[in-house]
Design a protein around this ligand. Sequence first.
Ligand SMILES: Nc1nc2c(ncn2[C@@H]2O[C@H](COP(=O)(O)OP(=O)(O)O)[C@@H](O)[C@H]2O)c(=O)[nH]1
Ligand SMILES: [Mg+2]
Ligand SMILES: [Zn+2]
Length: 291
Amino acid sequence: MKTGRIVKLISGVYQVDVESIRFNTKPRGLFRKNKFSPIVGDIVDFDVQNVNEGYIHHVHPRNNELKRPPVSNIDTLVVVMSAVEPNFSTQLLDRFLVIAHSYDLTARILVTKKDLASSKQVEEINQLLDIYNKIGYQTEFVGDGDDRKTLVDHWPPGLIVLSGQSGVGKSTLLNQYMPELKLETNDISKSLNRGKHTTRHVELFERHNGFIADTPGFSALDFDHIDKDDVKHYFLDLNYYGEQCKFRNCNHIKEPHCNVKKALEDGDIAQFRYEHYLQLFNEISNRKVRY
Ligand SMILES: Nc1nc2c(ncn2[C@@H]2O[C@H](COP(=O)(O)OP(=O)(O)O)[C@@H](O)[C@H]2O)c(=O)[nH]1
Ligand SMILES: [Mg+2]
Ligand SMILES: [Zn+2]
């Protein structure tokens, strides 16, 4: 018996890596009976006949699980945003962070295309990144000349997943990290012809201290699984100051003795963060129940 990590799924075959050796495996029938499917990222125990024939008989409990695309046991989610083309947006960034925290993921922030931004834009983005630093996020800001291999090598061990709008430089980063990958970048036809080329499944690539993966499809931000009363917990600054609110379930809207409101007045929480919270809270409160 061996234990390894599922790195890829193609037509029912799960590819499992054990110390850089790849095995082709299939789940045993009992999974089908229980309507349970292993997913990429899972740590599995499997019996091996040879490298092309193995049977998964146990999936280790997942630390976390992203639904779309399915991938589990993510150690760090990197939210990638570009400075320009498309423009840096804290609104979008906050939405990515909310999704990340709703799945119990640790997130960090990478901004690209510094070389294309004006010095004024660079300054503005640096100021915004300072705010995210204070909230507790690791942030990085890179441009064309910067070595992304070193960048990735300094990221924490384990499984790193890249997320972010299309065009922000995720494939570029993976290509610089692993030139042998030769992923397509800036493929305009891809965005015009959605679904045709976009892989729905994630593939994990080995790196020196873990794995790295892109998440096609994660840019379709989906808040269906989030309860309106939980949104406040996914804004880490609101969550922190909210612990001192008078009411335990304070949503920081009209409740008296709200410490989040006080932190806002004192400038300890950025106004835009609170506004993004309100927007999301209202969107989720007004959403229609779908069956
Ligand atoms: N000038 C500049 N261009 C970049 C940078 N990062 C990515 N790009 C370009 O942005 C475009 C989109 O990048 P791509 O990696 O395909 O984005 P993805 O959709 O997130 O995978 C490509 O033309 C890249 O060459 C950067 O730091 N500076
Ligand atoms: Mg790409
Ligand atoms: Zn409050």
